[in-house]
Design a binder for this molecule. Structure first.
Ligand SMILES: [Zn+2]
Length: 255
């Protein structure tokens, strides 16, 4: 097996295992349950899931999406979270290569996947993720990603500040979770990535909002966090390209 194929499948498997853990985090963190104990159980019959029935992605297909004990159907979302995390980890390796920055981005991606689904389900972004993320973001941003400290500081202030002002101006529009999330992203990735995140998150959010109204009518309020997560992912993988595209479109005479 050549090296590329080995690393691609290795990080796919690592991502699938991390995704399996994220399912537990997504399910238990917002309701205040321990993410360590007890082990995974069937949500219907409470039978503990045996380790060989708990293999990321594969088990869903082997068991045909059903509990081995009571045959209650499992949501395909558990498998999709594992597959999504696996693909993102593989993409992270392909984009950054094996090294310290890759591990930082993989950790960020794990946090983003958790934030995406927790905000979708509960309309909250847990402080447990964003608040420790701010000081950790400053340290890893500076020492591993080589973001100048002033870039991180401006990112922290601007990322959190823009949403803080919006929250004051438009009551009920912006949650405290979004403010802390953007402060975290700004601290870790710097102000350019923070601005790209806010710009693209708002753009995708506006498109998503209109599409949602067209197809589903005025349904339930959709949280902003998942759109911000998409914005961060684009900023992580294509920051340079987004900046180049912006200048070529909107700044006359730019190279
Ligand atoms: Zn069961």
């Amino acid at each position: 097996m050549n090296h590329g194929l080995f690393w691609a499948s290795y990080f796919f498997a690592v991502g699938a295992a991390v995704g399996s853990f994220l399912n537990v985090v997504i399910y238990r963190l917002p309701v205040g349950e321990s993410i360590v104990r007890p082990g995974s159980r069937c949500p219907v019959c409470k039978t503990p899931i045996k380790w060989y029935h708990n293999i990321p992605i594969a088990s869903y297909f082997i068991l045909r999406g059903k509990c081995a004990a009571c045959h209650a159907p499992f949501s395909p979302r558990y498998m999709l979270v594992e597959l999504l995390t696996a693909l993102l980890f593989m993409a992270c390796w392909a984009r950054f290569g094996v090294g310290a920055p890759m591990f930082v981005f993989m950790t960020l991606i794990a946090a983003l996947v958790a934030v995406f689904f927790i905000d979708l389900d509960h309309m909250i972004i847990p402080d447990v993720i964003t608040l420790p993320g701010i000081p950790i973001g400053f340290v890893l941003g500076y020492f591993v990603l080589h973001i100048p400290f002033t870039d991180s500081l401006i990112g922290f202030l601007a990322g959190g500040g823009i949403f803080f002002v919006l929250a004051v101006l438009v009551p009920g529009g912006m949650g405290g979770g979004d403010i802390k999330f953007m402060a975290f992203i700004g601290a870790l990735l710097g102000w350019k990535a923070a601005l790209i995140t806010i710009f693209l998150g708002s753009l995708i959010g506006a498109i998503g909002g209109v599409a949602g109204m067209l197809f589903f009518g005025k349904g339930r309020k959709i949280p902003f966090g998942p759109y911000l997560v998409l914005g961060v992912l684009i900023a992580v993988f294509w920051q340079r390209e987004v900046i180049d595209l912006y200048f070529s479109l909107f700044v006359p005479g730019a190279p």
